[in-house]
Design a protein around this ligand. Structure first.
Ligand SMILES: Nc1nc2c(ncn2[C@@H]2O[C@H](COP(=O)(O)OP(=O)(O)OP(=O)(O)O)[C@@H](O)[C@H]2O)c(=O)[nH]1
Ligand SMILES: [Mg+2]
Length: 734
């Protein structure tokens, strides 16, 4: 077991409030043991928001069910979400659930849920949510199976070690196939997936679920007047024609989890009967160890299976103490472990910022340890300052509930802290720990925005400042040559929504340019460069001088500047300005003026002048030194490559593949399923504008595509000249 895993032998089940752990403060409404923080994540349109909506209804949190397509879902509360019927921003809701069976039957459990967007342009929302959640429900479409974006969110959940259960939704649709979806999870996600329930019937005839753990059948019931929430399930014996299947899959389940539990392993080998309690506990252990993923069929839209999904959340997903050790580093870079406890010092992560028209800046905050009281200060180790929390709220989608205190394991929002960016830690001043922030992908697309009037110019810069603070995948830059404001983001939809929000929330009128590719630059070899900024003719002069060595850095590691100056040839106070100069030079690379990534820079030598040296002179030396070194280090241009998955009737397969080739794409794989071909390819983003429309006309409207960012690749030499020529950002050519 690696140290990044939770030791499942420590799992305990507490069913008596007087026996909850000493980590709990006495006055908390729900003990840590009875709390679950989960995310709902999946491919676009899989039914995450509909599932969340049903959860709110069945848990008695709302009394009328909303629908995404009617613009009435609670978690899709932004105007843009309601108009477009898609989720854009992750939103938090909270409910309580009484499991219908299992050790916690009859004990209310607090479930905090974050509904995330499926569209790839908003992947940052999934990233930050996964970072702070303890468990997740991965939703799949029973017809489409594992779609490309479900693979991406699955990887995101793996990265942050988030155990999950799979909800195979849309079982009511024609062509639904639960077991096929489970086997796709095994093939495409390499997940050890097993059914926890089997569907009884499908499509219109989907009437119930066989529970493989309890060995019983649940039949769906309509809500009645006496029992509007369907809390009394209709439980019967497994239908005769499914008994064999149920036995086969239950045996498979037992075998799958026997590795995680000695009792089961022994009984299984000895051919002994295994009880519901034993099997439930083993499934819980297996799930929390992340080596097993249970699947549940259902139909959120038709209100089928959601209550059983909630039972699974309670029975199988971890509480906030059952997660891998939470670690951070102190100001000396030493690793420290944070106990999950109300009674320890405060430590938590600010994972999302949001500007609310009524309360101003809200900071979404996950507390790992300690308690946070309204009116008290929190310390931010990045700024080394404390700020007072003026208000504390629990978020309920767009509504807020004012609270006086939040506990370890809670997800709340803090008002009053001004100097904060996504990923900051707030802690007690004497703890001084920085927790690992979520990481975000690089923008792939850019466009210019031009305010309509001078008044709009001012409003626009305020708006963009706020939006950039909220959204780590949005970057804003002023083009040095044209003076234009350039927005970079994750896709056309992303930037579209940003411009729309500027209009509606900040009343900014602006014209937008055509989307452009957000190229990057990097180097392929190591080289040395010297930067001198020396002006010494009369009066006080300028003197800055440095020697830099550059080399390629690991992918994704960004720019790393290392100070290797010995003997004070550059005095300490001029190292920072030199570094600032290097960082500034990285904004505009030497190939075509695009941002530079993944370069390691060492400051190795230099000199100074007692009188003439200044911060400015060293900053300039840093800029010149870096540019010179980069020019010699085989600089290249990188372009974003997208993973494209096209689903098409087989008759168009040939045409579509030819089209992909013409777009400089490379085919990665072809799969044929029920008369449809699924073509996977890597295609440069440059050649994908308008792609979805093009393939529709190519296939008489029958092909569809899903496009997700994959990686950056070197631009072929044959195209380089053209890009450099048309780049307004290209360095001056002499
Ligand atoms: N037939 C059927 N349709 C469903 C089901 N669940 C959701 N839908 C429909 O599928 C569409 C998308 O549902 P959403 O709940 O918005 O999906 P989502 O995963 O939240 O989508 P994004 O947040 O935009 O990624 C809506 O029109 C739903 O009514 C289901 O179980 N069966
Ligand atoms: Mg949604």
């Amino acid at each position: 077991m690696s140290a990044t895993e939770f030791d499942v032998s420590k799992l305990t089940i507490v069913t008596d409030k007087s026996k909850v752990s000493s980590e709990n403060a006495k006055d908390r409404p729900f003990p840590l043991e009875w709390t679950r923080n989960i995310g709902i994540a999946a491919h676009i349109d899989a039914g995450k928001t509909t599932t969340s909506e049903r959860i709110l209804y069945y848990s008695g949190t709302v009394h009328k069910m909303g629908e995404v397509h009617e613009g009435t879902a609670v978690t899709d509360w932004m105007e843009q979400e309601r108009e477009r019927g898609i989720t854009i921003t992750a939103s938090a809701i909270s409910c309580a659930w009484l499991a219908s069976w299992g050790p916690w039957k009859g004990i209310k459990q607090r479930i905090n849920i974050i509904d995330t967007p499926g569209h790839v342009d908003f992947t940052a929302e999934v990233e930050r949510s996964m970072r702070v959640l303890d468990g997740a429900v991965a939703v799949f479409c029973a017809v489409a199976g594992v779609q490309p974006q479900s693979e991406t969110v699955w990887r995101q959940a793996n990265k942050y070690h988030v155990p999950r259960v799979a909800f195979v939704n849309k079982m009511d649709r024609t062509g639904a196939d639960f077991l096929r979806a489970v086997s796709e999870m095994r093939e495409k996600l390499k997940a050890n997936a097993h059914p926890l329930y089997l569907p009884i019937g499908k499509e219109d005839g989907f009437v119930g679920l066989v529970d493989l753990v309890q060995n019983v059948a649940y039949y769906f019931t309509e809500s009645t007047k006496e029992d509007p929430l369907g809390m009394t399930p209709d439980i019967r014996e497994i239908p005769d024609d499914m008994k064999d299947d149920a036995k086969k899959w239950r045996d498979g389940l037992i075998e799958a989890v026997s590795d995680f539990d000695d009792v089961i392993a022994e009984k299984y080998l000895g051919g002994e009967e295994i009880t519901t309690e034993e099997l439930m506990l083993a499934v819980r252990k297996a799930t929390i160890s992340m080596k097993f993923f249970g699947a549940i069929p259902g139909s959120a839209f038709k209100k089928k299976g959601v209550q059983r999904l909630l039972d699974c959340v309670v029975n199988y997903l971890p509480n906030p103490m059952e997660v891998p050790p939470i670690r951070g580093v102190d100001s000396d870079g030493k690793e420290i472990e944070i106990p999950v406890s109300d009674n320890s010092k405060l430590a938590g992560l600010a994972f999302k910022l949001w500007t609310d028209p009524f309360v101003g800046r809200l900071v979404f905050y996950r507390i790992y340890s300690g308690k946070l009281l309204k009116g008290t200060p929190v310390y931010n180790p990045r700024t080394r300052r404390s700020e007072r929390v003026s208000r504390l709220v629990l978020m309920r989608a767009m509504d807020r509930e004012e609270i006086d205190i939040a506990y370890a394991g809670d997800i709340c929002a803090v008002v009053g802290v001004k100097d904060v960016i996504t990923g900051d830690t707030f802690c007690d001043e004497d703890l001084d720990v920085r927790l690992e922030p979520p990481s975000f992908p690089e923008p792939v697309i850019s466009m210019s925005v031009e305010p309509n009037s001078k008044g709009d110019q001012e409003k626009m810069s305020i708006a963009l400042q706020r939006l950039v603070a909220e959204d780590p995948t949005l970057k804003v830059k002023t083009d040095a040559d044209t003076g234009q404001t350039i927005l970079s983001g994750m896709g056309e939809l992303h930037l579209d929504i940003i411009v729309d929000r500027m209009k509606r929330e900040f009343k900014v009128e602006a014209a937008v340019g055509k989307p452009q590719i957000a190229y990057r630059e990097t180097i392929l070899s190591a080289a040395e460069g010297e930067g001198k900024f020396i002006r010494q003719s009369g009066g006080k002069g300028q003197y800055g001088h440095c020697v830099l060595k550059v080399e390629p850095n690991e992918k994704g590691q960004g720019i790393e500047v290392i100070n290797e100056i010995v003997g004070g040839v550059i005095p300490k106070e001029f190292i920072k300005p030199t570094t600032d100069g290097i960082m500034e030079a990285c904004n505009n690379g030497v190939v075509a003026g695009y941002p530079v990534v993944d370069v390691k820079v060492r400051i190795v030598d230099g000199s100074f002048h007692e009188v003439d040296s200044s911060e400015l002179a060293f900053k300039m030396a840093g800029i010149f030194g870096f540019k010179e070194a980069m020019k010699k280090a085989t600089p290249i241009l990188l372009e974003p490559i997208m993973a494209v998955e096209v689903t098409t009737p087989e008759e168009y397969q040939g045409d579509l593949m030819g089209d992909i080739n013409r777009r400089r794409g490379t085919i990665q794989g072809i799969e044929n399923k029920n008369g449809a071909a699924i073509v996977n390819a890597h295609v440069p983003l440059e050649n994908l504008f308008g792609y979805v429309t093009d393939i529709r006309s190519l296939s008489k409207g029958r092909a569809s595509a899903s496009i997700t960012p994959s990686h950056f690749e070197q631009v072929p030499a044959s195209l380089l000249a053209k890009i450099v020529e048309t780049s307004s950002k290209a360095p001056a050519r002499s």
